[in-house]
Design a protein around this ligand. Structure first.
Ligand SMILES: O=C(O)CCC(=O)C(=O)O
Ligand SMILES: [Fe+2]
Length: 426
């Protein structure tokens, strides 16, 4: 990734401490009773399991599962293909780069909460094609089909992914059943939301980082979907914000286990009984790290809202319904970076500052020449070509300025869409 660009540097309060206490870990749950059939015949064994899931979702929002039924060789095949893909030159990887039209593929400049992540990724949807809204605009009812890009090398990536995704889907449905039971609902209560699901899998590669105390592999965030099932390698780096005290707890790699976390959608469905928990990824200066999250997301047309069975007088509805596809499209779109945009990075905006002195006062009068508020700022078309693809997405100047003024000029703090925007006031 070359020299360390300022966009990677976290604000002081978000920088990771390199020595982290590994006190209490997230719960480890054995799924063996549940992994061979749809619902096990022994009701008391499943009761204990459901109880464990309930406690884990309530107290942590995160847990690990073992004896999950996913064949190890399928995971290893995809892990190996991922290593081979990322080991190629940037030029090769950019041939399958994600763009405005197709959000799948390779990407090395993801921005979470306006700070760049120290990672590169490759995204693939599980359904190929996957149907999503054509745009984030509320009035636009158009749909589009997203198809996966496949790199030339390694040629086995596609097969490895497809086999793996099938296993992930099975595991995700099992977990969904357990979660439904743990909320006192029928096992299949949530299954119908996933007929044409928009799930995707991401290959993450975190290269060694010369400034692990200043940057993060993934900035603190919550996952927007229903559930995430993560395979991490043996390097470690994932941290979860413990609910009891807000401390960052490292998720110790457990060979062959999967890490599961509740996403925002389960938070809303459960009307806050279960919360989607913040997590982040630390990087280190010596070892690269690989991980593979599977994001289990419902159909694009699902209206996400608290489940009516969980609503009572004492526990009234906490969220307004929102459309999953639109929410997701908006979230993807608002992941953009800083200025230097029109020139597509040919000219860089340069930092400057003003010194004062002990004797003389000084006056100056700057004139800030800004476009109209409705201007959509994006690289000018003449400066964009195949060798020099657009480095910025379009953004609205007026909205940018008002967000920036709010954030005290420190960071471009245009906040991503979040479920709390749909929270009803108490
Ligand atoms: O790599 C990891 O351990 C977690 C990645 C993650 O949180 C994400 O991609 O949403
Ligand atoms: Fe995540």
């Amino acid at each position: 990734m070359g020299e360390v660009d300022e966009s990677f540097i976290q604000a002081v309060e978000h920088r990771p401490k390199l020595a982290i206490t590994e006190a209490e870990g997230i719960p480890l749950i054995n799924l063996s009773v549940f992994n061979s059939h749809d619902l096990p015949s022994n009701p008391s064994s499943i009761e204990t399991l459901v109880e464990e899931i309930r406690d884990a979702c309530k107290n942590w929002g995160f847990f690990q599962v073992i004896n999950h039924g996913v064949p190890l060789e399928k995971r290893e095949k995809l892990e190996l293909a991922s290593r081979k893909f990322f080991a190629q030159s940037t030029e090769e990887k950019l041939k399958v780069r994600r763009d405005e039209v197709n959000p799948q593929g390779y990407y090395d400049s993801e921005v979470t909460k306006n700070v760049r992540d120290w990672k590169e990724v490759f995204d693939m949807t599980v359904k190929n094609p996957t149907v999503i809204p054509a745009s984030h605009e509320a009035g636009d009812n158009g749909l589009k089909e997203v198809v996966n890009w496949w790199p030339e090398y390694p040629s086995e990536l596609r097969e490895a992914f497809e086999e793996y995704a099938e296993e992930m889907e099975k595991l995700a449905h099992k977990l969904l059943e357990l979660i439904s039971l743990s909320l006192g609902l029928k096992a299949n209560r949530l299954s119908g939301f996933f007929n044409d699901h928009t799930s995707f899998t991401r290959l993450n590669h975190y290269p060694p980082c010369p400034v692990p105390h200043l940057a993060l592999g993934v900035t603190r965030h919550k996952d927007a979907g229903a559930l995430t099932i993560l395979a991490q390698d043996d390097v470690g780096g994932l941290q979860v914000k413990r609910k009891t005290d807000g401390k960052w707890i490292r998720v110790k790699p457990t060979p062959q286990a999967y890490i599961v976390n509740v996403g925002d959608i389960i938070q809303v469905w459960s009307n806050d009984r279960y919360e989607s928990v913040e997590h982040r990824v630390m990087v280190n200066s010596e070892k690269e790290r690989f991980s593979i999250p599977f994001f289990f997301n419902p159909d694009h047309n699902v209206m996400v809202e608290p489940l009516e069975e969980l609503i009572t007088e004492q526990d009234p509805v906490k969220y307004q319904a929102y459309n999953w596809g639109k929410f997701f499209a908006t979230k993807k779109r608002s992941n953009f970076k800083k200025l230097d945009v029109w020139s597509n990075d040919k000219y860089k905006s340069v930092e400057h500052r003003v010194m004062v002195n002990s004797e003389r006062e000084r006056f100056s009068i700057p004139f800030f020449f800004n476009p109209a508020h409705y201007t959509m700022v994006e690289p000018v078309a003449e400066l964009v070509n195949e060798e020099n693809p657009a480095k910025y997405k379009a953004f609205n100047w007026g909205k940018f300025v008002s967000a920036r003024n709010l954030s005290n000029f420190k960071k471009l703090h245009v906040e991503n869409i979040q479920i709390y925007h749909f929270r009803k006031s108490e």
